[in-house]
Design a protein around this ligand. Structure first.
Ligand code: ADP
Ligand code: MG
Length: 490
């Protein structure tokens, strides 16, 4: 009901000017995160906002901030800025600044981008006069601060986009430094597709009594992404990729694919290999100059290159229209990253496909991903290089039933221990050396003792991740009960 009432931008409390901005962007209807966040931000609330990838979080914070900046009408003082938007990558800072420029067409906002890898001077020059909105990465921002080219005194609004990334090990120190320098009286907003209670507690010093807005918190990945796993061994990865890419191009000549690799070197090598077999590919990673990075992304956005091979610098925030396939050539180390990587496709309600290569060695990463997204991922059907070993290693049920079998085997050994000893066994079940088969009578391996070990094993079997897979858990319990039953009968 509430959603229906709010299902136009007009009903969210946006001004005429901002409604024109929305029109400029070609948006007809607000997305759920926009419906929920915009009115609260306009009321002055701090926000802790979580919504799936590609659902319009940028406009959810940018539009109300622009409206409030406009209505308050303050002028920025020299070297100051009224709204500070922090992002983890330079490319995302560039993209958000360009979104804001589109929204702000016809409005009189000054915007500055401050990120590393490019000359400081143009940034210093723009900041010298003061700006309304500064979009920055933390490193360059602190660099300019240390050089006394800016001060934080004029900040009215703070946004941490990709907030969980901004509060993780790589950035938290910088963010803390920045936040101590910011005015206490400000409105702060945190947004991401993956926010946890852990992040919430890290964010305590940044937001004040925030409103928690969560769109589909139980489903971190967008339904429209068709996710598949290709179980494969390392040496076959390239052959499968080649087959997939060639098949796609023959069907859909202009389709775009983004391929993620774990390392910069790996990304470079893969792009070169793809070029060698006649596929139009480019690479984006942190070892390239900033202009090479931005050029690679721009050519991809303009569809001049059809395949972009990337490291995780392109995992978050980047918005490429009609980018229909993400390939995880290497699985990411962190499950959250999987959500962000595949979220580069199926944006703004479009369709998309995500295919992840999983080797036997990477099976544990896949298990962590499945646990995180709370969803099974189907196996890629058309895979001539299918690896049974990788599939088995990734299958939680197989692992659990293997564990069950080994527990059952142990119990059989325990139950059989007295008999084995009679037959000249040398060690008892706890690994202690026996003095002699005679002195170690059945009494020593009393039912009570074996029962104690059995109990321990059963307890262990029911703890940890065992509890999560009912089928496997059941099989463990029945295996254990079986063995215990046999033992009692003795
Ligand atoms: P997120 O930050 O949630 O991942 P973005 O803000 O980058 O998503 O938006 C994803 C895409 O959806 C962008 O291309 C953006 O222009 C578009 N978009 C955002 N809001 C709307 C809307 N209300 N209607 C149509 N398209 C929208
Ligand atoms: Mg975003």
């Amino acid at each position: 009901m509430e959603n229906k009432e709010k299902s136009t931008f007009k009903n969210l409390g946006l001004s005429e000017k901002i409604l024109r901005a929305v029109e400029n962007a070609g948006y007809e209807k607000p997305s759920p995160i926009q419906q929920m966040a915009i009115p609260s931000i306009l009321k002055g609330r701090d926000i802790f906002g979580c919504a799936q990838t590609g659902t319009g979080k940028t406009a959810a914070f940018a539009l109300p901030i622009m409206q409030m900046l406009d209505e308050r009408g303050n002028y920025p003082q020299p070297m100051q800025f009224r709204a500070l938007i922090l992002t983890p990558t330079r490319e995302l800072a560039e993209q958000i600044a360009s979104n804001i420029s589109v929204f702000g067409k016809g409005m009189d906002f000054s915007i500055c981008k401050a990120y590393g890898g490019v000359s400081l001077n143009p940034q210093i020059k723009i900041l010298a006069n003061g700006v309304d909105i500064l979009v920055a990465t933390p490193g360059r921002l602190l660099d300019l601060f240390a050089q006394k080219k800016l001060n934080f005194g004029g900040v009215e609004y703070l946004v941490l986009d990709e907030a969980d990334r901004m509060l993780d090990m790589g950035f938290i120190k910088d963010i803390k430094k920045i936040c101590t320098a910011l005015p206490k009286e400000r409105q702060s907003m945190l947004f991401s597709a993956t926010l946890s209670t852990e992040i919430e507690s890290l964010a305590k010093g940044i937001v004040r009594n925030p409103e928690r807005i969560s769109v589909s918190p139980d489903k971190p990945t967008v339904e429209k992404i068709s996710q598949k796993i290709a179980y494969i061994e390392l040496e076959n990865k390239f052959a499968l990729l080649e087959k997939m890419m060639k098949a796609r191009i023959s069907k859909q000549d202009d389709s775009l694919a983004l391929i993620f690799c774990r390392t910069k070197h790996g990304a470079n090598k893969l792009a070169k290999r793809l070029c060698r077999i006649g596929l139009n590919a480019d690479a984006i990673h942190g070892n390239k100059s900033q202009s090479a990075r931005q050029n690679a992304l721009n050519r991809f956005k303009r569809r001049e290159t059809r395949i972009l091979v990337a490291t995780d610098i392109a995992a978050r925030g980047i918005d490429v229209k009609d980018m229909s396939l993400v390939v995880n050539f290497d699985l990411p180390e962190e499950a959250e990253t999987y959500v962000h990587r595949i979220g580069r496709t199926a944006r703004a309600e479009a369709d998309g496909e995500a295919i992840s290569f999983c080797t036997t060695d990477d099976a544990h990463l896949l298990r962590a991903i499945i646990k995180f997204i709370k969803k099974e991922i189907a196996t890629l059907v058309d895979n001539p290089y299918h690896s049974d070993s990788a599939e088995k290693a990734s299958n939680l049920k197989t692992i659990l039933s293997n564990k069950a079998q080994s527990v059952a085997k142990k119990i059989t050994q325990i139950a059989d221990a007295p008999a084995r000893r009679k037959n000249g066994g040398k060690t008892d079940f706890s690994g202690r050396r026996e003095k002699s088969t005679k002195t170690n009578s059945r009494k020593k391996f009393s039912e009570k003792k074996i029962g104690g070990v059995l109990k321990q094993k059963m307890k262990r079997a029911s703890s940890k991740d065992f509890q999560k897979t009912h089928g496997a858990k059941k099989s463990i319990w029945s295996a254990l009960k079986n063995k215990a039953g046999k033992f009692k009968k003795r």
